[in-house]
Design a protein around this ligand. Structure first.
Ligand code: NAP
Ligand code: G4F
Length: 337
């Protein structure tokens, strides 16, 4: 069971503050009374809308996961009780195009954080954003904490490296570091390059007559999709454990990209959605992860965690939010990937 740490104001350092998870985590930690610090890449600041609403409440420290000095500086300034390492080159498709950068950030970046903790904040607790992509070409279904990894992309490989770095620093130096093995989680704050948001955003555009069609890749890929704010809550819960551990966080259900389209178009009253979708070779991957489905029994048992937002509700939340966004005339620039 969770032991909640109650004491003086606690401080948390979040890497990846400007992303989907970082922004939700900051909201939740501020709500709990933490002093929140974020390691941020300065060029992203003027454009990051996800943290606009909390800019007066958080302390931004410029830095980069490829730069040890900036990580050390961030740790020295924030004196964190908790460090959430959420920063990554997180888009799987890009990891084939930028494998070295992906490894620098998403693999070696984890070691840099751990080294910073080791020398500057050995008593702080660390959360590492590990991923179901580590299971890749799955060796069993559903996947649990005991399932063997078989990554299928440079991104997946880098996450396996980060996972083992956390385990090794825990065992070597007694650092309180945990891996959350999170399955896909989505929300209105999801980047437009990821398939769920690409669909919800374009379904809204099609409904409003702003575009005619959407181009997608493999419609048969299946994912275990959950709702991001609930997954971020689990990150915090994991750091409240007396002993660090590695836990799968998932809904236990998988659905295909095709089903996501079906639900999203149906929600806006379009039944013949196939005529609005073109399948394009450019969106297929060199090696595909066909299906991911997680078993979060251990998280449920140890931390009392269970997802509440189901697949259909998730799709509705995302489509409704994009309809609202476009109704307020805020069209976004779509990435070309
Ligand atoms: P996201 O929205 O893509 O956010 C990634 C964050 O990393 C952004 O804040 C980005 O900053 C930052 N970043 C990228 N490169 C960096 C660098 N070199 N130095 C410092 N910061 C850098 O990702 P997310 O969906 O919130 O995911 C959070 C973490 O969970 C990631 O590690 C991801 O790999 C992992 N994960 C995600 C899922 C999921 O389904 N969402 C599932 C499992 C694991 P900029 O604004 O400057 O680009
Ligand atoms: O939305 P995706 O790009 O997410 P993917 O590759 O599952 O990765 C996400 O989840 C991981 C957890 O398992 C995270 F670690 C990672 O950081 C990221 O958040 O693609 C989902 C599926 C893939 O099988 C892809 O081939 O959708 C398929 N797909 C089909 N058409 C497409 C498209 N994906 C994208 N991005 N764009 C398409 O047009």
């Amino acid at each position: 069971m969770v032991h909640i740490l109650v004491s003086e104001t606690r401080s948390a350092l979040i890497t990846g503050l400007t992303g989907q998870d970082g922004s939700y985590l900051a909201d939740q930690l501020l709500e709990k009374g933490y002093d929140v610090y974020g390691l941020v890449r300065i060029p992203s600041m003027p454009t990051s809308t996800l943290i606009e609403h909390i800019l007066d409440d958080v302390t931004l420290i410029d830095g980069d996961l490829t730069d040890q000095a900036s990580i050390n500086r961030a740790i020295s300034i924030s004196k964190p009780h908790a460090i959430y390492n959420l920063a990554a080159q997180s888009f799987v498709a890009t990891s084939w195009k930028q494998p070295i950068l992906t490894s620098e950030v998403s693999a070696l970046g984890v070691v840099r954080i751990l080294e910073g903790i080791r020398y500057l904040a050995p008593d702080s607790r660390m959360y590492q954003a590990s991923s179901s992509e580590m299971f890749g070409k799955v060796q069993e279904t559903p996947q649990t904490e005991a399932t063997k990894f078989y990554p299928r992309s440079p991104y997946g490989i880098s996450k396996v490296f980060g996972y083992w770095a956390v385990v090794n620093y825990r065992e070597s130096y007694g650092i309180h570091a945990s891996n959350g093995i999170l399955f896909n989680h989505e929300s209105p704050r999801r980047g437009l390059e990821f398939v769920t948001r690409k669909i919800s955003y374009n379904v809204a555009r099609i409904k409003m007559g702003l575009v005619d069609k959407i181009q997608l890749g493999n419609l048969d890929a299946k994912r275990d999709w959950g709702y991001a704010p609930e997954y971020v809550d689990m990150m915090w819960r994991m750091l409240q454990q007396d002993e660090p551990s590695d836990l799968v966080v998932a809904t236990g259900e998988s659905h295909s990209v095709r089903e996501f389209c079906d639900e999203a178009f149906r929600h806006v009253g379009i039944d013949d959605w196939e005529s609005y979708v073109d399948v394009a070779e450019a969106h297929f991957r060199p090696a595909e992860v066909k299906e991911l489905r997680g078993d979060a029994s251990l998280a449920r048992e140890k931390l009392g965690w269970a997802p509440k937002v189901d697949f259909r509700r998730l799709v509705q939340i995302m489509v409704d939010s994009d309809m609202e966004l476009l109704t307020s005339h805020r069209e976004m620039t779509e990435p070309t990937v």
